[in-house]
Ligand binder design. Structure first.
Ligand SMILES: O=C(O)CCC(=O)C(=O)O
Length: 305
């Protein structure tokens, strides 16, 4: 693992969780989130929890049933499953644990947050594709979320290395604010002229992670990942949170404010459900309206009125 390389996250952004303890959100963590746009917590999930999560990934019927394939600009395909409501099954419980949900909330300033969605990203060895430079808010702004008061948690289910397509971030790039995104193949990508400039002033960090580590990051942080040219899969879970005060202006394919039922940190170990007792709403391929810019539609309506 590449903790000492120059292109690794700086020491001030890396913290460690001790199993069984409450994760204390320190001023140093908050400072890193504000200044760098991210916080890396090592060992947030134990080997036992990962065992359970992997069991759920292989045995939960919802995973295969709701997998969506998306090609990168080189024709390589990654698959993912996306659900809107966390649910009370093993995979859904991950986002509800205090060490995930409360940590995200505290890093975002402490106001109440709700679950916007979780994705299980399945980048298989030799098959999984790349993700181009983007901000998550590049998508979410289009959904009517007016403030960048949103956050993602990139949870490594497998070791994530340069070889299998770990996440890369431009440290501090969230401070530039929202950048225009265009469509490249089946993905949205940030305007490259701006990205190229930011890459000269914001250090590029390869976020190599061991399974169980988690990266909390701001929705305007520029990030990407390369295709997986190794023989090993690179699976990650990415819960995303929005502030209650940032309720989207219009109904779309992700939820308006819905109270989040936060669970204790040992909830994954105590959960035996493979499917949720309530509807999680799994996204289907034709239901992603992120590429439809509501603002643009409205402007066009006004122009023709
Ligand atoms: O899975 C990855 O490498 C990146 C995923 C990502 O950036 C996203 O889904 O927004």
């Amino acid at each position: 693992m590449a903790g000492h390389e120059n292109d690794a996250p700086p020491d001030g952004a890396v913290f460690c969780y001790t199993e069984g303890e409450e994760l204390e959100i320190t001023p140093a963590m908050k400072e890193s989130y504000l200044k760098n746009g991210f916080v890396l917590i090592r060992d947030l999930f134990s080997a036992k929890e990962l065992g359970k999560i992997n069991y759920a990934i292989s045995a939960c019927p919802d995973v295969e049933r709701n997998s969506i394939g998306r090609e990168d600009d080189g024709g390589r395909k990654s698959t993912f499953v996306l659900w809107n409501h966390p649910g009370d099954d093993i995979l859904g419980t991950v986002a509800r644990t205090r060490k995930v949900a409360r940590t995200a909330q505290e890093l975002m300033g402490g106001d109440e947050v709700y679950h916007y969605h979780t994705k299980l990203m399945m980048k298989k060895g030799r098959v999984g594709g790349a993700h181009i430079w983007h901000q998550d808010y590049g998508y979410w702004y289009r959904n009517g979320c007016m403030f960048p008061d949103m956050s993602s948690v990139f949870i490594a289910i497998d070791d994530c290395s340069k070889e299998n397509g770990c996440l890369q971030v431009l440290q501090g790039s969230h401070l530039a604010g929202r950048i225009e995104h265009g469509t490249v193949g089946e993905q949205a990508g940030a305007d490259l002229e701006r990205v190229d400039h930011l890459a000269t002033v914001c250090p590029l960090r390869f976020v190599q992670m061991a399974a169980g580590d988690a990266l909390f990051f701001h929705c305007n942080l520029l990030h990407r990942s390369f295709k997986n040219d190794s023989d090993w899969r690179r699976f990650v879970l990415i819960p995303a949170f929005n502030k209650r005060s940032n309720n989207p202006l219009w109904k779309h394919h992700h939820p308006q404010y819905t109270p989040l039922d936060v669970a204790p940190n040992d909830a994954i170990l105590k959960c035996d459900r493979l499917t949720s007792s309530y509807d999680k709403w799994f996204m289907q391929p034709d239901e992603d309206s992120s590429f439809v810019t509501k603002g643009a539609e409205l402007k066009q309506d006004a122009a023709t009125a």
